[in-house]
Design a protein around this ligand. Structure first.
Ligand SMILES: Cc1ncc(C[n+]2csc(CCOP(=O)(O)OP(=O)(O)O)c2C)c(N)n1
Ligand code: SF4
Length: 270
């Protein structure tokens, strides 16, 4: 295995992330997965939107596009359609991909287009100062819900699975050794792969919700995550306050750019 720092643009450092932020752990997992697969960096495109998490695309030495807030998946779709041979990876935040970008997320999943989407789910808008996002748990505090969030939150894995993703997984920044393997399998899947990584924003989410310490936030991930095998044997009562991690769905299905190429070939041959 080579040194993954070879994939970093060191001239872009120091990074913008706060001490204790989980984003670096996730970026390392992405680079480890790419490295394990031995992908040629020239054949990898990394696309992001806007947010603390989305800043990742600027730090990695592949073909990269740091796009507009919420539109990472649309740019990635265009890249994949034009260059189906490329490995296209989207690095996005929960706000970026499921609020303003929620429409693009479900339709990319519905098409089963060959993208690997890694969402850095810190349950809040970090970059803009702690507004609630579609994954902020109900009753939690955010800058825009000082008396508690009224909204139900999205389970992003269930959402993308229902929309048509062929590979769905969840991990946390505490489970840092498991995450690269799940991303690796997502990249290998020929279709829409969605990997949610639960992460910590101690500065906004943590501070507003009585867990300002980054280590305490990691301990919560450790204590509340249950592996899929264990999860499947738990009662509904035991599942309260817990969440499932691991490979949640993996069922190959016809992929969009392949179907598109076949359609062109078929029409040309007429
Ligand atoms: C069209 C548009 N709307 C709003 C914004 C402001 N904005 C920038 S980042 C962001 C939220 C980021 O949250 P998330 O995607 O969860 O990423 P995080 O910063 O938490 O990693 C918002 C609302 C913007 N840049 N562009
Ligand atoms: S504001 Fe939160 S998400 Fe953004 S860099 Fe700081 S800790 Fe990370």
């Amino acid at each position: 295995m080579s040194d993954i720092t070879n994939h970093l643009r060191m001239d872009k450092f120091p990074h913008i992330w706060c001490p204790g932020c989980g984003n670096g752990i996730i970026l390392r997992s992405v680079l480890t997965a790419i490295d394990k697969l031995g992908l040629d960096p020239n054949n990898v495109a990394v696309v992001s939107g806007i947010g603390c998490s989305s800043r990742s695309a600027g730090y990695v030495d592949f073909n990269t596009v740091h796009t507009t807030h919420g539109r990472a998946i649309t740019f990635a779709t265009g890249i994949k359609m034009a260059k189906p041979e490329k490995t296209v990876i989207v690095l996005t935040g929960d706000g970026d991909c499921s609020a303003i970008g929620g429409n693009h997320l479900i339709h990319a999943a519905r098409r089963n287009i060959d993208l690997t989407v890694v969402v850095f789910n810190n349950s809040i808008y970090g970059m803009t100062g702690g507004q609630f996002s579609p994954t902020t748990p109900q009753n939690d505090i955010a800058a825009t819900s000082p008396y508690g969030n009224l909204d139900n939150s999205f389970d992003l894995c269930e959402l993308t699975r229902a929309a048509g993703a062929s590979y769905v997984a969840r991990s946390t920044t505490f489970h840092a050794t498991q995450t690269p393997l799940l991303i690796q399998k997502g990249i290998e899947n020929k279709g829409f792969s969605f990997i949610e990584v639960v992460t910590a924003c101690p500065v906004y989410y943590g501070r507003l919700n009585k867990t300002p310490d980054a280590v305490d936030m990691l301990k919560l991930q450790r204590d509340n995550a249950r592996n899929i095998k264990q999860w499947n044997m738990m009662t509904d009562e035991e599942k309260q306050g817990k969440f499932v991690i691991g490979e949640l769905y993996n069922k190959p299905a016809p992929e969009y750019t392949e179907k598109y190429t076949q359609l062109i070939e078929r029409e040309k041959s007429k």
